[in-house]
Design a protein around this ligand. Structure first.
Ligand code: NA7
Length: 531
């Protein structure tokens, strides 16, 4: 047997979180290794290469800020960057900071076991390679385990079966094809308008309609870019004080305080500006049902204006709370349903009975397809962590620890799993904040904690179980003040995966989260136990 490789820290995943963790921990003088399951880096942006894949955060915000030179030199071509450009950026970062030499691709980690005697994590890859490390950084991503629903007959389909989250690397053509797509979440909403332009016929199978706000994407406004770059540091600082760490111009006014006419004008202005800031049109859309209803009504009106067939429009009108699932940001989504070659099937009245050799059998009829696309989302936030056999102190498995939901402290650590850190894990703002901003904050926190341990000659750190229990309570109590935990079935609560514990996973409120982390760090990492 070859001897296990030894590292100070291993990082699992080479997306943005893994890249920055490698850069940062290396700067502390640690010997770091990154293991990546894919053949290339970029994580989410490596796998999700379906037509139309694009970020829903402005390019000048969805990027690293740790290097002033990097943020000045990189030029984004559009207001919202397409997947290929984000992947190019990730590769540029890796080359510019010479990261690639410490990344091992095509390597999936199967097990991580904590050895109590040595305070080391012992890891195993699927190819049975072994390694040991003092620290384990789980940069495994929030949306990295794609969800394939358990439809009867899935293996029978003879055409091309695709999943948006595992899109092939070679070009896929839909010209002259009959195409079916299941799901109407963010991925489908981006892909549908593009596929509709190519396919002979596109049939969309919808279970729950999503809210989508137009992106109004455009080539990068050069003057805006110049202005941001002239004061990039201040721009970042300003955004980091905002809810979700986005430059979303939050309103401080209740939707119920203004006249109907004024409210309409404000919604209209936000609709014209486009994107995620729509949800910040008023300060109570996330907390007051009546206020939320006004936004829902406005968007319903827009859908009914855009979509000519009013039966289709009615089906496309979401009947849930707006914002309890991340808003979708689209280019021509609703308009696409005016095309003659696009049709919508309501799965609530015509459920899927099985996948057949030819396509889909619903309760009404069989649909025949050349290609069938699953845009059915992810086992979000916990899926990638639970896919690894992680065993902490006394061989307790993470699966056991998380039986009733992902217990954690700060979304960064788990009690009983010393020296293991999650990046943008459940319990952190993660998907409810600008992900790259969150990633940098987490990695910096972990790097400072490791520095503290080195200075104080500590070899082991973990959250104590009391702080963990209190943190979970806090995350839930914040969520419970909003309409989001119960407003719809969303992956935020695990509701999209049968059998997954229902608990609102992300911490709502970016700046307050950072204040809490900073306060703990300033008090010698109160609430952590060192030995
Ligand atoms: P989402 O948002 O989880 O959407 C998945 C879609 O697939 C959604 O419309 C689901 O309907 C549908 N779905 C899932 N399972 C089924 C079954 N069994 N039958 C029918 N329809 C199903 O994933 P996305 O990839 O679109 O987006 C994920 C995130 O990426 C997004 O929030 C952005 O942050 C970027 P449901 O709503 O469950 O009824």
């Amino acid at each position: 047997m070859p001897k296990p490789s030894q590292f100070d820290a291993v990082v699992i995943g080479a997306g943005f979180a893994g890249l920055y963790a490698l850069y940062k921990l290396r700067s502390l003088g640690l010997k770091v290794k990154v293991y990546e399951a894919g053949s290339g880096l970029g994580g989410t942006w490596y796998w999700n290469r379906y037509p139309g894949a694009r970020c829903d955060v402005h390019s000048l915000e969805y990027s690293f800020q740790f290097s002033e030179a990097l943020q000045q030199e990189w030029i984004w071509s559009e207001k919202y960057a397409p997947q290929a450009e984000i992947l190019e950026y990730a590769n540029h970062v890796a080359d510019r900071f010479d990261l690639r030499k410490d990344i091992q691709f095509d390597t999936r980690i199967s097990a991580l076991t904590f050895d109590d005697a040595s305070n080391l994590w012992i890891g195993k890859t699927q190819a049975r390679e072994t390694f040991s490390a003092r620290y384990c950084i789980m940069a495994t991503g929030c949306l990295s385990v794609h969800n394939v629903p358990d439809f009867a007959g899935m293996a029978d389909f003879q055409g091309q079966l695709l999943h948006t989250g595992q899109w092939p690397h070679e070009p896929i053509e839909f010209h002259n094809q009959e195409v079916g797509i299941i799901g109407t979440g963010s991925s489908a909403i981006q892909a549908i308008p593009i596929i509709a332009e190519q396919a002979k016929q596109l049939t969309v199978f919808q279970r729950t309609a999503s809210f989508s706000i137009p992106a109004h994407n455009a080539p990068m406004d050069q003057e805006y870019e110049r202005n941001v770059k002239a004061n990039y540091k201040e721009f970042r600082q300003h955004n980091s004080q905002r809810y979700a760490a986005l430059n979303n111009n939050p309103s401080h006014v209740s939707a119920l305080e203004v006249s109907e006419e004024e409210r309409r004008e404000i919604f209209e202005q936000r609709w014209q500006e486009g994107g995620l800031p729509f949800l910040a049109s008023f300060n109570d859309l996330g907390t007051e049902q009546e206020a939320n209803n006004t936004a829902v009504e406005f968007v319903h009106g827009k859908i009914k204006e855009i979509v000519k067939d009013q039966d289709t429009a009615e089906l496309l009108c979401p009947k849930t709370v707006m914002g309890c699932k991340r808003l979708c940001v689209d280019t021509d989504y609703y308009k696409t349903f005016n095309r003659d070659n696009v049709s919508l099937v309501d799965l609530n009245t015509s459920p899927i009975q099985r996948i057949t050799q030819n396509g889909i059998q619903t309760s009404d009829r069989e649909y025949r397809f050349d290609a069938l696309i699953l845009a059915t989302g992810f086992d979000a936030m916990t899926g990638a962590l639970l896919a690894i056999d992680i065993r902490g102190v006394a061989n307790k498995s993470l699966a056991e620890h998380w039986e009733n939901g992902p217990a954690n402290f700060l979304g960064l650590t788990m009690s009983g799993f010393p020296n293991m850190f999650m990046i943008t894990g459940p319990g952190s703002p993660s998907v409810l904040a600008n992900m790259i901003v969150g990633i940098e904050q987490h990695v910096d926190f972990i790097a400072d904690l490791i520095t503290f341990m080195q200075k104080n000659e500590k070899f082991r750190v973990e959250a104590n179980s009391e702080s963990e229990a209190n943190w979970v309570k806090l995350v839930n109590s914040i969520a419970d003040k909003t309409l989001f935990p119960t407003g719809c079935n969303s992956w935020y609560t695990g509701a999209n995966i049968p059998g997954k514990p229902r608990i609102f996973m992300p911490y709502l409120g970016y700046p307050s989260y950072v204040e809490k982390c900073n306060e703990i760090a300033a008090n010698d990492y109160r609430d952590f136990e060192f030995s």
